[in-house]
Design a protein around this ligand. Structure first.
Ligand SMILES: Cc1cc2nc3c(=O)[nH]c(=O)nc-3n(C[C@H](O)[C@H](O)[C@H](O)COP(=O)(O)OP(=O)(O)OC[C@H]3O[C@@H](n4cnc5c(N)ncnc54)[C@H](O)[C@@H]3O)c2cc1C
Length: 386
């Protein structure tokens, strides 16, 4: 067991954002302790990486380690029935960064944490941080191995647990939830990612390493409860109503339906005097974009620059600018689907970015994409669905 004691920086969360922040700070000679609550072998969702991660991994000096994972290449991540019943393809072939990847996220995340550890970060695995408080000598991190640190990095993902405990406000844009099941597909060709819009949300199918495929429905939290999507019966009934994705749910189901929040949010602010939020904690996007890991790596690099003497306001501006652009793009892409115009899931998301700003100005706390304060938070959804 490593005694955490004092550190320059405590990083809470060992996903891609936390691991890379710890890696860069350790390389720069800072005394860093990283807390990760889970074990490496847990199934992690978010397996499709766009080509834009390739130059990021090279710049971080992680390309060889990434190659050792032997991930599956992805040439065409957006084959979709979106806006029309007939599927159409968009290929990565013309992308300047080459192709994307289907990775084993548990192995990918563990590779990043190992790199941070080898660079000198003290890594505490299966170590949950329960509380953060301010003390005379900086911030106190409560865990089985507590630590005091001058600065804490919130890398806890969509819960943004640390920043909220220190006073930041999480502005939720929606209550998107994912209900997923993994299938062992044997000798079936793995194919590539496929997306299909449906009246109450959208489905996706994507290959996983070891001849497995994930099939997932993204919908609003209340729909998971209404249609019993956390049960095999309810989920299978919903799958049977798809035009295309149902055909990809072949092979042997592995385990139960896994339900997890996929809600978008922005954190206000994303940085304070003695803390900084990275990755999903700072700004979480719809998994439709496959952009979460890319942002986690980029925000981690930017946050490490701040903690090594950079400009906090420039970091805040970067997050705000990306969030503004994301909201515009999100409204546009959901607006491409006209077939279910009257369905609540789609009409809420077609709201333009301008309308969103107007409704947001009218409320001081969390707002939903429909302009109303959501009655439940991401945590309440997660607890109700567990
Ligand atoms: C269903 C789904 C599908 C997705 N698909 C894709 C995709 O295909 N491609 C893509 O790029 N992105 C995808 N994403 C998004 C992507 O997974 C995230 O953007 C990315 O993981 C963010 O990295 P992070 O390090 O910020 O957070 P996370 O990966 O969520 O890591 C946070 C870490 O903090 C730890 N933690 C939390 N609280 C504590 C605590 N109190 N103490 C100690 N540790 C703690 C957690 O165990 C976790 O390991 C998907 C997301 C979802 C929900």
């Amino acid at each position: 067991m490593i005694a955490a004691g004092r550190a320059d920086v405590a990083v809470v969360g060992g996903g891609p954002a936390g691991a890379v922040t710890a890696l860069l700070l350790a390389r720069a000679g800072r005394d860093v302790v990283l807390y990760e609550q889970s074990h490496d072998d847990a199934l992690r969702l978010g397996e499709t990486l766009p080509p834009s991660v390739n130059p990021l991994l090279c710049k971080l000096g992680l390309w060889e380690r990434f190659g050792a994972l032997q991930s599956t290449t992805s040439y065409q991540t957006t084959a979709s029935a979106w806006g029309a019943a007939e599927p159409s393809d968009r290929s990565f072939i013309l992308c300047p960064y080459g192709h994307g990847w289907h990775v084993d996220r548990a192995r990918f995340d563990a590779m990043l944490v190992d790199a941070a550890e080898q660079a000198g970060a003290r890594v505490l695995r299966a170590a949950r941080v329960g509380k953060i408080s301010r003390a005379d000598a900086g911030l106190r991190v409560e865990a089985a191995e507590p630590a005091s640190a001058a600065t804490v990095v919130d890398a806890t993902g969509r819960t943004a647990r640390v920043a909220r405990a220190l006073g930041a406000n999480r502005v939720q844009l929606d209550r998107l939830v994912c209900a997923a099941r993994v299938f062992a597909i044997g000798s079936e060709p793995p194919g590539d990612t496929f997306i299909e819009a449906a009246p109450d949300g959208w489905w996706y199918a994507s290959p996983l390493p070891d001849q497995r495929r994930i099939i997932a429905l993204f919908t609003d939290a209340h729909e998971v409860l209404r249609s019993r999507l956390a049960t095999v019966g309810g989920w299978t009934d919903a799958l049977a109503r798809t035009e295309h994705v149902g055909d990809l749910a072949c092979g042997v189901p592995c385990g139960k339906i896994r339900v997890t929040t996929s809600a978008s949010h922005e954190l206000e602010p994303a940085v304070g005097d003695d803390w900084i939020a990275v990755g999903d904690a700072a700004f979480a996007v719809d998994p439709l974009s496959s952009g979460g890991v890319d942002f986690a790596l980029r925000s981690a690099s930017a946050a490490a620059d701040v903690l090594l003497g950079g400009d906090r306001s420039a970091y805040q501006k970067q997050i705000t600018d990306e969030a503004n652009e994301y909201r515009r793009l999100r409204a546009e892409i959901y607006g491409w689907e006209h077939r279910f115009a009257n369905a609540a899931f789609w009409s809420a998301r077609r709201l333009s970015a301008d309308q969103h700003f107007a409704s947001r100005a009218a409320t001081s706390r969390a707002v939903g994409i429909d302009g109303a304060a959501p009655s439940r938070s991401t945590e309440q959804d997660a607890a109700a669905l567990a």
